[in-house]
Design a protein around this ligand. Structure first.
Ligand code: BES
Ligand code: ZN
Length: 613
């Protein structure tokens, strides 16, 4: 036996699952899903067959033809903190198995919102976040991106709610007796006030792209293949429709650059503020934080990023998280090409600059753990959520940008198209990419040190900070702050959120409290409606020990659950010595706010505390 992925119990000698049929009965009262799953394998198998699971109660595994029980075990008995438990089933020449199980309220992929936690306050809401390794907390599977599955799903929900998935919607209809595959009794499945929403996913996807949301949902049409969904609140839906009106143009730009859009629909779902990411590239239905709806360029930027994953990530997928840069580095490059085409070069350069600063900062964060400054990493024994950083995004971007500079844009564009066409619907590793690069760009290795870029630590010498008039001006204004000069009104007159973000990121880590107050007195950054700006300012306030802003910090930590904001604010409060008051403050705020965070975000804040306290 051999493992193929440091984050999965999947055995290299076992056939991979190719299709899963799921029946889910959503029980909002207990925050659980009563479930059944039929797994179909690529080939019949005899012997001990292993799947991943986490916090699932497995009641039976059955032979699908005879409905006779198949022996199974869950190991280890006290679950591994990162991997969960392996579910091992004894098969005899089986190519299908039926598992009957239920999820736990603590399922790490699911956030269950009670009615008071939603915007409308009338109905419950539940949604998934499966990347990196949380699909196994919804259904047993080979939870490695090396596997690709098609699926069919029947979601049994209360009639007053509706469901969406990262899959094709088939129908909404009355429940039928006998169809739930043992997920629950027919009396529950066909109970009063229940409805079934059916979906199919006909393109094979890695398990981390499995996604659904159930709630009181509404939508607006924003393009020929795009609807935007959110909780059914006319104001939110209208704002979202305006924000994302340019989506079709971006899809067309993407097709021009990277080849046909293979997923048919590109719908968007705006989630409640507790959504832990800016965006998640679920196929056919991107999930988004509501914090991107603010009427400027950033909403489109996040959509450009998740859209770009339709080619890089969803079509070509990293084989394991050790090669995560293949997903995010390529996507960051592709995102910026789309942004450049629709918003212009200046905006793209500003984004590269914000990214550069993020890269430099994360290099500093990992100075005692240089493994995670590499593109190709070794994540054995490491929780991917704990080492999430800008490195795969920005160092990956820099690597591709370096290749583009070497061979010129037209040749690089042609290379990218060929790369995508060659490896689509496959999961690959860094070496596969490098071999393809060397084969298609002969001699590249004599100009670029490919080994240094992919296996070396830190920022390679031939990486490049971007340059443009606006970028250079903002960075030099930030440097002048160090000698006591603040920008005047004229200089910032046409600044939007991204300009302020870049300015704040380039200020010294900590300054005099009086300077923080003076900056805010002039520009009211602590009251910004733009969380990027507000959080960058609050970070400066925290690291400058300017406690005047701790109320605003508390308010922010209770309003949003996006980890991009939680991470720096909690880390700023608790890291370093002589910060007893801040530590007590952070613990109190977390204890009051954590019920509103997604379980993944709860886990990440807990591990920040564990590291620094
Ligand atoms: N796939 C990521 C989000 C993710 C990464 C979830 C790792 C779980 C584990 C997504 O595409 C992403 O990168 N989102 C960014 C958007 C940004 C780069 C525009 C985010 O959430 O901030
Ligand atoms: Zn991404």
């Amino acid at each position: 036996m051999a493992l193929i992925d440091p984050h999965s119990y999947t055995d290299s000698t076992h056939p991979l699952t190719t299709h899963i049929s799921l029946s889910f009965y959503f029980d909002f009262a207990s925050s659980t899903i009563l479930s059944s799953a039929v797994l179909s394998l690529a080939a019949p198998y005899s012997g001990a067959f292993t799947l991943d699971s986490r916090s699932l109660s497995i009641s039976q595994v059955l032979d699908i033809a005879t409905l006779t029980p198949l022996p199974f075990t869950l190991q280890p008995t006290s679950p591994d903190a990162i991997l969960g438990q392996s579910l091992t089933v004894t098969l005899s020449n089986h190519s299908q198995l039926l598992v009957i199980f239920k999820t736990a309220p603590s399922s790490s992929a699911l956030q269950w919102l009670s009615p008071p936690q939603t915007f409308n306050k009338s109905f419950p809401f539940v949604y998934t976040q499966c990347q990196a390794i949380h699909a196994r907390s919804i259904f047993p599977c080979q939870d490695t991106p090396a596997a690709r599955i098609k699926y069919a799903a029947k979601l049994n929900i209360p009639r007053y709610l509706s469901a969406v998935m990262g899959a094709k919607h088939v129908c909404r209809r009355d429940p039928i007796p006998g169809e739930c595959g043992g997920a629950c009794d027919d009396s529950l499945w066909c109970g009063e006030g229940r409805v079934v929403e059916e979906f199919v996913m006909e393109q094979p996807i890695p398990p981390y792209l499995f996604a659904f949301a159930v709630g009181e949902l509404g939508f607006r049409e924003v393009g020929p293949r795009t609807k935007v969904y959110s909780e059914a609140i006319p104001g939110v839906l209208d704002a979202a429709a305006t924000e994302f009106a340019g989506t079709e143009e971006m899809i067309k730009v993407g097709e021009g650059l990277f080849g046909p859009y293979e997923w048919e629909r590109f719908d968007l779902l705006v989630l409640p503020p507790s959504f832990p990411y800016g965006g998640m590239e679920n196929p056919r239905m991107v999930f988004l934080t509501p914090t991107v709806i603010k009427g400027d360029a950033t909403g489109a930027q996040v959509v450009a990023h998740e859209l770009a994953h339709s080619w890089t990530g969803n079509l070509i997928t990293n084989k394991s998280n050790d090669h995560f840069w293949l997903n995010e580095g390529f996507t960051t490059y592709a995102e910026r090409r789309i942004v450049e085409a629709v918003q212009g070069k200046e905006r793209a350069v500003l984004n590269i600059g914000i990214g550069w600063k993020g890269l430099v900062e994360d290099m500093e964060r990992f100075k005692d753990n240089m493994e995670f400054t590499k593109l190709k990493t070794n994540q054995q024994g490491v929780d991917p959520d704990d080492v999430y950083s800008q490195v795969p995004y920005e160092k990956g971007f820099q690597f591709l940008w370096r290749i583009e500079r070497q061979i010129g844009r037209p040749a690089f564009d042609e290379f990218l198209k060929k790369y995508i066409a060659t490896f689509k619907f496959q999961s690959i590793d860094t070496d596969t990419f490098l071999d393809f690069l060397k084969a298609n760009v002969p001699g590249i290795e004599s100009h670029i040190d490919l080994k240094e870029w992919t296996e070396g630590t830190g920022i390679p010498p031939d990486a490049m900070e971007p340059a443009s008039d606006i970028y250079t001006k903002i960075v030099s204004l930030a440097n002048e702050f160090k000698v006591g000069r603040m920008p005047n009104e004229d200089e910032v007159a046409d600044w939007g959120g991204q300009e302020w973000e870049l300015y704040l990121e380039n200020l010294p880590k900590s300054v005099e409290a009086s300077q923080v107050l003076a900056l805010d007195a002039r520009y009211r950054l602590s009251e910004s409606k733009d969380y990027e700006v507000k959080v960058a300012f609050l970070q400066l306030a925290i690291s400058s020990r300017c406690s005047n802003y701790y109320n605003e910090v508390e308010k922010t930590l209770k309003e949003v659950g996006r980890m991009k904001y939680l991470r720096p604010l909690y880390t700023g409060l608790v890291q370093g010595t002589g910060k007893e008051e801040e530590k007590i403050f952070a613990k109190r705020v977390f204890s009051e706010a954590c019920a509103c965070y997604h379980p993944i975000a709860q886990g990440v804040v807990e591990s920040i505390f564990a590291k620094h306290m």
